[in-house]
Write a protein that binds this ligand. Structure first.
Ligand SMILES: C[S@@+](CC[C@H](N)C(=O)[O-])C[C@H]1O[C@@H](n2cnc3c(N)ncnc32)[C@H](O)[C@@H]1O
Length: 277
């Protein structure tokens, strides 16, 4: 019998090293996410909620059900949602938005397409829409496709409601791009519908299935998601991103992501910004 890993002295559910390995295998298979060995406590706390909600009394029982033909259809998405990390903010890594502003001001085409490939709760795609509204010349049409694997964060993103004191959102942008809530909604804001209409939210798994994204993109933001994938998966995803971009388009990645080995696909053009070859 493998050792029990549950963090508390008297855990609610038994959680063995074998259970943890099963979870690791399943989240890798379904989302490409490579969970490090030190993530047992995180897995226990996030999946305990699912065990409670689905009425299972142990991890073994829950995982057996999850992997059964009946369980996989209803629980796979919840399992994935529970194990993704969704940390984000408006105008995160601001230098990217400074560069984007410059690129949009110099944009020569008549229609611009941007893909935000790990949109999480929406702060990133709305930051892109705000930058487009502020910098793109009148008469150019702009479309932003914003996707994520996690159905729950996408629902939050579509709602477009955030705290007025959200990190990264300046008072000036709050005034210009958002409607403040009143009464029961005091302290909250909604992104203006004109801006929200620019964005097409959809669920998409970066490591599996068809993408069906339409016309090629001028700009792709794929930030702080590839760090969860192993190197071969990162390479595959990068090849697929390359295939949906226009030549000389720009790919923006997270602060700790580095793809300088893939020079045949992307060339480094600035701090964590690449040009599609
Ligand atoms: C840490 S957040 C990054 C959000 C945003 N890009 C940023 O930098 O602020 C990572 C996001 O990637 C999503 N994600 C994880 N695996 C994914 C996959 N295989 N396909 C698509 N999205 C994935 C998660 O659901 C999560 O919302």
């Amino acid at each position: 019998m493998s050792p029990i890993l549950a963090p508390a002295a008297d855990p609610e559910f038994s959680f063995s090293a074998g259970d943890f390995e099963r979870v690791r295998g399943l989240i890798r298979k379904h989302a490409g996410i490579h969970l490090h060995a030190g993530k047992q406590a995180m897995v226990y706390s996030r999946l305990s909620r699912r065990l409670r909600e689905t009425g299972h009394r142990s991890f073994v029982e829950y995982l057996d059900w999850l992997e059964s033909p009946q369980g996989i259809g209803v629980e796979k998405q919840e399992f994935i949602n529970s194990l993704t990390t969704n940390l984000t903010a408006f105008f995160r890594e601001e230098h990217h938005f400074d560069l984007l502003t410059e690129q949009l001001r110099n944009f020569k085409g008549s229609s611009l397409r941007i893909w935000c490939a790990a949109a999480s709760t929406g702060e990133e795609p709305y930051s892109l829409a705000m930058t487009v509204a502020e910098s793109l010349r009148a008469g150019v049409s702009a479309q932003i496709v914003a996707s994520d694997i996690d159905s729950k964060v996408l629902a939050t993103a579509r709602r477009a409601v955030y705290a007025t004191d959200s990190k990264g959102l300046s008072p000036e942008r709050l005034r210009r791009h958002c409607q403040r809530g009143t009464g029961a909604n005091d302290g909250r804001m909604r992104v203006k519908p004109d801006l929200a209409r620019m964005i097409d939210f959809r669920q998409l798994n970066l490591v599996e299935g068809e993408w069906n994204l339409g016309e090629p993109f001028d700009i792709v933001f794929c930030r702080n998601v590839m760090i969860y994938f192993d190197a071969p998966t990162q390479r595959k995803v990068l090849e697929r991103i390359h295939a949906v971009m226009k030549p000389h388009g720009h790919l923006f990645v997270g602060h700790s992501e580095n793809f300088t080995d893939e020079r045949h696909l992307f060339r480094l053009r600035g701090k964590t910004v690449y040009e599609r070859v």
